[in-house]
Design a protein around this ligand. Structure first.
Ligand code: AP5
Length: 220
């Protein structure tokens, strides 16, 4: 199962990826997480990416394509992956297709989680993340103990790019540069749409059922 999670910032890609990864034992590959880690480590690439991320812009294709494709070819992704936040432009999708063809693999489905812009701003302003990247929401998905991660106990923080003005820019960038991928994957018969305005558990149930069906079809 080689799956892509598509959708606007704050639609719930990371939230669902975490759950689906456990259901189906897939490598969760988040380019956003990889870039934030590179930034925290102070690597040259991380510092270069920081200015784009903090401005709500996409990191240039030549940087992101390299790190994403390298990650896909690692051992833990050989039996399947869940791409979260990649591809995000048509050139990235084309580079992924070429890599998959070279590996004699194919994309199983592109899972689109849809949510309107008004919901996104509310969700992102309440988002808190742990040191290990576990995602919470102060209202919709709170931790058991306020301000602390249920899993690693770390203090929950707000992401640097979750300021309202940056969120508006990220949304504009999504509509301009990433939304064309909906048509790209629909034309290949790979698109599956999900209503991201439902509760995280309902969204998870719907996606899980679809993936289970896809897996059965794949095995036939
Ligand atoms: P990235 O980290 O990928 O951010 P994003 O796509 O903007 O997505 P988010 O992580 O903001 O949202 P999400 O959909 O995962 O939602 P979440 O589950 O957290 O990218 C960050 C930056 O890195 C980019 O702006 C860019 O600069 C750069 N970058 C990354 N990949 C790149 C690429 N391929 N090319 C170029 N640049 C790249 O949920 C949000 C909140 O809502 C949480 O608090 C959650 O608890 C809550 N929530 C989730 N689901 C629900 C629900 N159903 N109901 C109510 N609340 C919910």
């Amino acid at each position: 199962m080689n799956l892509i999670l598509l959708g606007p910032p704050g639609a719930g890609k990371g939230t669902q990826a975490e759950r689906l990864q456990q259901d189906f034992t897939l490598a969760h590959i988040s380019t956003g997480e990889m870039l934030r880690q590179a930034k925290a480590d102070g690597t040259e690439m991380g510092l270069k990416a920081q200015e784009f991320m903090d401005a709500g812009q996409l990191v240039p294709d030549e940087v992101v394509i390299g790190i994403a494709l390298e990650r896909i070819s690692k051992d833990d992704a050989r039996d399947g992956f869940l791409l979260d936040g990649f591809p995000r432009t048509v050139p990235q999708a084309e580079a992924l297709d070429a890599e998959m063809a070279g590996l004699e693999r194919r994309i199983t489905a592109a899972i689109l989680i849809e949510a309107p812009d008004e919901d996104i701003v509310r969700r992102i302003s309440g988002r808190r993340v742990s040191k290990s990247g576990r995602v919470y929401h102060v209202e919709f998905d709170p931790p058991k103990h306020e301000g602390r991660c249920d899993v690693d106990g770390s203090v929950l923080i707000q992401r640097d790019d979750d300021k309202p003005e940056t969120v508006r820019e990220r949304l504009a960038v999504y509509h301009r540069q990433t939304a064309p991928l909906i048509e790209y994957y629909d034309a290949q018969g790979l698109l599956r749409r999900f209503d991201g305005t439902r509760s995280p558990t309902e969204v998870h149930d719907h996606i899980r059922a679809t993936i289970a069906t896809l897996r059965l079809e794949d095995e036939l």
